[in-house]
Design a binder for this molecule. Sequence first.
Ligand code: GRF
Length: 189
Amino acid sequence: MKKRISIFASGSGSNAEEFFKHFQNHPSVEIVSVFTNNKSAGVIERASRYHIPHHVYNRTFWQTGDVILDILAEEKVDYIVLAGFMLLIPQALVKQYSDRIFNIHPALLPKFGGQGMYGSNVHKAVKAAGESESGITIHFVNEEYDRGTIIYQESCALSPEDSAEEIAAKVLKLEHKNYPKVVEQEVLK
Ligand code: GRF
């Protein structure tokens, strides 16, 4: 029986697409669906290209998570991967999928994490702090923002001239290179 993964994404979905590619025809892992809260998210078109079904549910549905949990059960989802998902995961879901929800944070936690630290805010903060490196943190999701067990980190060097956008581009490269591989290793443990 293959391990079944659902991806939650709110935006462009470039990380999600790396998962679609990585697990296409994989012998023991399958991406079974995509959930989004944003009906114009780029991830929808990307999922369609790989024939992966998607579900769009607005913010209201993410408050309790009941409907989402029902669908995840129907689809027999084993693991959830957050790839740029912008809403808080409901408690019921975190409980049900304890240590089975992955997130990637575009900085080296515990630095530059917590509420408000998402997207370009993170890279602007890294720049403002004059850091000589940034990177990625792949971690499990628990009740608090960015505080779940860390599974993997990788850093990249920054130069003082790097703009926040350039930092973002360096970090995104690391995300694409590592996120599917690290999740694969974890789910096949
Ligand atoms: C990534 O930087 C990820 O770390 C962050 O949101 C961005 C998502 O980009 N949480 P994409 O939608 O995968 O292109």
